[in-house]
Write a protein that binds this ligand. Structure first.
Ligand SMILES: NC(=O)c1ccc[n+]([C@@H]2O[C@H](COP(=O)([O-])OP(=O)(O)OC[C@H]3O[C@@H](n4cnc5c(N)ncnc54)[C@H](OP(=O)(O)O)[C@@H]3O)[C@@H](O)[C@H]2O)c1
Length: 387
C-alpha cells in the first residue's frame, strides 16, 4: 500500500479525498491528516483511518485532540512548524495539498524537499512561488499532479502531445453565483450569497474566488506553471454547466476536451490512481440524455475585474502574483467577516498591487517577506476606511 498525507483533511477537498480512499480500500495507507482547528472532525477521521500523525495548526485545538485520542497510538502535532518538520523528515508516496491560501506554501515546500509526490489543490502555492516550486520538483524528481478539475482536464488532454503543436489552453469557468448581475446587485452581494455556488460545493474562500472570478485568474497562473505555457496562451470561457472541464486547442484547429459530471471526486481519484484509472462510482458517469445545452461565452471583465488583475500580475512576474494572491486572501477573509463589500475586493487588490514594491526572481525568503508585507498593507488599507 502507498503512504498518503492529506493537508487540509477537514475541508471540502480533504473530505472528498477521504471519500475516494474509503471507496477504494487497500490502495493507500493514510498516515498523516492535517487541519487548522476543526479537531472534532479530525478526531472522527483519525478514528476511521488510523493515521500515525494528526496535525492541527491551532495549538489549543491540538490539545483538545490529544486529550480525546489518548486511547490511540497517534502523534498529535501542534502548530504550523511541527507539520513542516514532519513533512521535511518523512517522505510519503503522495501528499494531497488541500490547505487554503498562503498557509500551504511551507508544508508543500517541505514535502517536495523530502521527495513526496504532490497532488495539488492548494493553487495559491503555485501562484505564490511557481518558479521555486516547479524548479524544486524537477530537482527532487517529484511529480506535481493537478487536483483542480480544469487542470486535471488539461493534464489529460496534453498527454503524449508535443509542446510545439499546442495553440492555446482554454480554461472553463462556471461564472459563479453572480454571473449576469448588475453593478448595483454586485455592490450588495452578501457572503451567504457568494458561498452558494451553482454547481460545486466548496470551501468558503474558493467559493468567493469563484464569485469574483479571481479563482479563474489564479488558475491561469497555476496552469502557466503546471504546463509551462505563457499566460497569454491561456484563455477563459464561461461555461455555466461545468461539464466541459477545460480544452486544449492545437495548431491545426483540433480541440481536445475533458468532460465529466461536476464532482471533485473525479479529479481527486485520477490524481490518486495516476497513471492508472480505478473504476468510477455510479455517480461519476454522465447521463448524456439528461444534459442541458452546453454554452460558452466571454468573461465580463468590466463586472468582474479580478481576472484582469491576475493577468496583470502574471505579466509583471517576480513577486507580483504573490502580492495578488495574498491581497486576495486578506480581502476574502474581510468580506466573509462582513468588513468589506464584494465590489471592493478587486478595488483593494488593485490598490495594494500598486503599493507593494516589485521584486524580480524572489527566493523563498523574499516570497515570505512579500506575503507578510502584503497582508499588512491590505489589512491597513481596509482599516484606513478608504474603502
Ligand atoms: N473545494 C473544491 O472543490 C476545490 C476545487 C479545486 C481547488 N480547490 C482548492 O483547494 C484548496 C482547498 O479548498 P477547500 O474548498 O477544500 O477549502 P476548505 O473547505 O476551506 O478547507 C480548507 C482546509 O485547510 C485547512 N486549513 C486552513 N487553514 C489552515 C492553516 N493555516 N493550517 C493548516 N490547515 C489549514 C482547514 O482546516 P479547518 O477545517 O480546521 O479550518 C481545512 O481542512 C484551495 O486552495 C482551493 O482553491 C478546491
Amino acid at each position: 500500500m502507498k503512504s498518503l498525507a492529506i493537508l487540509g483533511a477537514t475541508g471540502s477537498v480533504g473530505t472528498q479525498t477521504l471519500n475516494v480512499i474509503r471507496a477504494n480500500p487497500g490502495r493507500y495507507d493514510v498516515q498523516l491528516l492535517g487541519a487548522k482547528s476543526n479537531w472534532r472532525l479530525l478526531e472522527e477521521q483519525v478514528r476511521a483511518f488510523r493515521p500515525r500523525w494528526a496535525a492541527l495548526a491551532d495549538p489549543a485545538a491540538a490539545r483538545q485532540l490529544e486529550e480525546r485520542t489518548g486511547d490511540l497510538p497517534l502523534i498529535v502535532l501542534a502548530g504550523p512548524e511541527a507539520l513542516v518538520q514532519v513533512l521535511a523528515a518523512q517522505g510519503f508516496d503522495l501528499v494531497v495539498a488541500a490547505m487554503v491560501g498562503h498557509a500551504g506554501l511551507l508544508p508543500v515546500v517541505s514535502a517536495i524537499e523530502a521527495g513526496s509526490d504532490i497532488a495539488l489543490a492548494n493553487k495559491e502555492v503555485l501562484v505564490l512561488a511557481g518558479h521555486l516550486i516547479t524548479a524544486l520538483c524537477r530537482q527532487k524528481g517529484v511529480r506535481l499532479l493537478p487536483l483542480d478539475s480544469e487542470h486535471s482536464a488539461i493534464f489529460q488532454c496534453l498527454r503524449g502531445r508535443r509542446a510545439r503543436d499546442l495553440n492555446r489552453l482554454i480554461l472553463t469557468a462556471s461564472g459563479g453565483p453572480f454571473w449576469g448581475c448588475s453593478q448595483e446587485e454586485l455592490a450588495l452581494a452578501t457572503p451567504a450569497q457568494a458561498v452558494k455556488h451553482p454547481n460545486w460545493k466548496m470551501g468558503a474562500k474558493i467559493s468567493v474566488d469563484s464569485a469574483t472570478l479571481m479563482n479563474k485568474g489564479l488558475e491561469v497562473i497555476e496552469a502557466s506553471w503546471l504546463f509551462q505555457v505563457d499566460p497569454d496562451k491561456i484563455e477563459v470561457l464561461v461555461h455555466r454547466q461545468s461539464i466541459v472541464h477545460s480544452l486544449v486547442e492545437f495548431v491545426d484547429g483540433s480541440v481536445l476536451a475533458q468532460l465529466g459530471v461536476p464532482s471533485m471526486e473525479l479529479p481527486i481519484q485520477l490524481a490518486l490512481s495516476w497513471p492508472r484509472r480505478w473504476p468510477g462510482q455510479d455517480q461519476y458517469f454522465v447521463n448524456w440524455l439528461d444534459l442541458p445545452a452546453l454554452t460558452f461565452s466571454q468573461p465580463d471583465d468590466a463586472a468582474f475585474p479580478s481576472l484582469g488583475l491576475a493577468r496583470a500580475a502574471a505579466k509583471r512576474g517576480g513577486n507580483g502574483p504573490a502580492v495578488l494572491s495574498t491581497a486576495n486572501d486578506v480581502c476574502v477573509a474581510n468580506f466573509l467577516a462582513g468588513r468589506l463589500a464584494f465590489n471592493d475586493i478587486p478595488r483593494v487588490i488593485g490598490a495594494v498591487m500598486a503599493q507593494v514594491p516589485w521584486q524580480a526572481d524572489p527566493d523563498l525568503e523574499a516570497i515570505l517577506a512579500t506575503i507578510e508585507k502584503t497582508a499588512r498593507a491590505t489589512q491597513n488599507y481596509i482599516e484606513s476606511r478608504e474603502c
